[in-house]
Design a protein around this ligand. Structure first.
Ligand SMILES: Nc1ncnc2c1ncn2[C@@H]1O[C@H](COP(=O)(O)OP(=O)(O)O)[C@@H](O)[C@H]1O
Ligand SMILES: [Mg+2]
Length: 242
């Protein structure tokens, strides 16, 4: 499908499209550890866009997360919306060809680029990268690899692969450390204050009680620090880095 026929990820009503489209599996994504499918989204038989479908049934069991990583994908989307960051592409949970799963809008990204190249070459996008640092801290992302930051053809940055977020125990792992210790920009402070005051119900509903309380505590911690997190241990990196 030519790129210009795809609807860009910032467009409204994408949730509606994701929910109502027929899902046609195009193929399994290379490098994915779970069954992650690229799907065509069809309305009345014609493609309106593409999605990333992660069915519960395709998950590889993990020792540190309960089954149902697709719920965390949705919780990450909802948290990003609640923080007014819009950095996770529209995501829903629905039934699909292999059963219930998350379906996320497929961003038409330049896959040659990722966090490290964007940090290096695009100082104009550093403010947006700071959003990732705050978001990942509150979401407790354990898997912010460089390749989990995408850039689209309008220079929009998007975060993907949030199945390993929201553990109750703090275990942030990210490549985004360059901004550590900087004062929190006002919009991030506001967002953190809102989450510290109350975790959005739709996010909490996807987590257990302990995990939901921990979201609130991390947000409060950010507010108290007033600064982006640092990594004194030097070990809070995902593997592989890209
Ligand atoms: N919303 C998306 N838009 C564009 N590409 C995506 C999106 N989600 C995933 N991908 C691509 O698919 C690959 C595998 O997806 P990812 O979410 O990382 O799955 P896994 O959980 O299997 O690691 C990513 O590295 C990226 O290239
Ligand atoms: Mg991945």
């Amino acid at each position: 499908m030519p790129a210009d026929e795809l609807i860009p990820a910032g467009s409204p009503d994408l949730l509606e499209l994701l929910a109502s489209a027929e899902i046609d599996i195009e193929g399994r994504m290379p490098w994915s550890s779970n069954a992650t499918f690229l799907v065509n989204l069809l309305i009345d038989g014609s493609a309106v866009g593409q999605g990333i479908y992660k069915p519960l049934r395709g998950e590889r069991p993990l020792w540190d997360f309960e089954p149902g990583l697709h719920r965390r994908e949705l919780a990450a989307y909802l948290l990003s919306e609640a923080m007014d960051l819009h950095l996770v592409p529209p995501t829903i949970i629905r039934d699909g060809p292999v059963g219930e799963g998350s379906v996320q809008w497929f961003v038409n990204a330049d896959h040659q680029q990722h966090y490290f190249t964007i940090y290096e070459n695009r100082e104009d996008l550093h403010d947006r990268l700071r959003d990732f640092a705050a978001f990942d801290f509150i979401a407790n992302n354990t898997d912010r690899k460089s390749g989990h930051v995408l850039i689209d053809d309008a220079d929009g940055l998007w975060g993907i692969d949030h199945g390993l977020c929201f553990a109750a125990e703090f275990k942030l792992r990210t490549v985004v450390w360059e901004f550590g210790g900087e004062s929190l920009p006002e919009h991030l402070l506001d967002a953190a204050r809102r989450i510290a005051a109350s975790v959005p119900l739709d996010v909490a509903a996807l987590l257990n009680d302990e995990e939901a309380v921990a979201v609130q505590e991390r947000a409060q911690w950010l507010v108290d620090q007033g600064a982006l997190p640092t990594d004194p241990s030097g070990r809070r990196y995902p593997w592989p880095l890209v």
